[in-house]
Design a protein around this ligand. Structure first.
Ligand code: APR
Length: 238
């Protein structure tokens, strides 16, 4: 099937669907300039994730942990959501999609107008104490301050490797995907458990939009391409 026919197929499924869920990953934000993790230019090709994105790194190598997340927090200010993010925001407003479940911590779906967003791997935009869980400010974290309640280490509210996902975001995404007519997976390698299992949980149609196509979940349709470009092509004829 050529790409034009694939786009038409997806448009038909979107039009006939009564409940559509979009699941995104870092590939959704690379066209905004934010690197993903496992592509050639991805973070994990530059840094060993065990040294910066684990509880062990937080507790025993705080300087490196702090540098990594401070850099990502400060560099986020340079970037903005792209047209693809805004199209998903419009689709929610028009009732074309019910919810965006994302592995991204950049908050771009909300900035682009989506209200129903499940942040499955947390957010980099808020801070808490690792010991007492009391909230703290971004500037307290960036200034390398300790928790003013217990002197504990401050950290972003991201889910580190080995930590459990936010209960509500996970259960709500799982339940919505189970009952969905259509699940569209955009810009993720689907290599990280348990999110990698979500697509196979649906009875509905499964569509994969990604630069690298790997058929992890036996998709009904796989469109090889860039998130923003494919979303624009779909939106043009929807
Ligand atoms: N459009 C579509 N796909 C893209 C684009 C793009 N513009 N840019 C990159 N991709 C694809 C890549 O080919 C890759 O398959 O997006 C995928 C991104 O995969 P990863 O880098 O593995 O990111 P992700 O799947 O979100 O990682 C999951 O792993 O490191 C942890 O917590 C981190 O949430 C992250 C999780």
């Amino acid at each position: 099937m050529n790409q034009q026919d694939q786009i038409l197929q997806l448009v038909n499924w979107l039009k006939s669907s009564t409940s559509t869920i979009v699941l995104t990953g870092a590939g959704m934000s690379t066209e905004s300039g934010i690197p993903d993790f496992r592509s050639q230019s991805g973070w994990w090709n530059k840094i060993d994730p065990r040294t910066v994105a684990t509880v062990e790194a937080l507790e025993n190598h705080y300087a490196l942990f702090h540098d990594f997340y401070s850099y990502r927090i400060q560099s986020l200010e340079k970037y903005t959501p792209h047209e693809g993010h805004y199209i998903l925001g419009q689709w929610e407003n028009k009732g074309v999609l019910d919810c965006v479940a994302t592995q991204n911590v950049d908050g771009f779906h909300q900035l682009a107008g989506n209200r129903k967003v499940n942040e499955l791997h947390g957010t980099i935009k808020t801070i808490r104490c690792h010991s007492c869980n009391q909230p703290a400010t971004l500037s307290e974290f960036l200034n390398k301050e300790v928790c003013k309640h217990c002197s504990g280490k401050l950290r972003p509210n991201v889910v580190l490797f080995g930590e459990t996902l936010p209960e509500h975001s996970w259960m709500d995404s799982l339940n919505r995907i189970r009952r969905a007519d259509l699940v569209i997976v955009i810009g993720t390698s689907l290599e990280i458990y348990p999110v990698s299992q979500l697509p196979v949980m649906t009875e509905g149609k499964k569509v994969y939009v990604n630069l690298d196509i790997h058929d992890h979940a036996r998709f009904d349709l796989m469109i090889k391409g860039k998130a923003k470009e494919i979303l624009k092509l779909v939106n043009n004829i929807l």
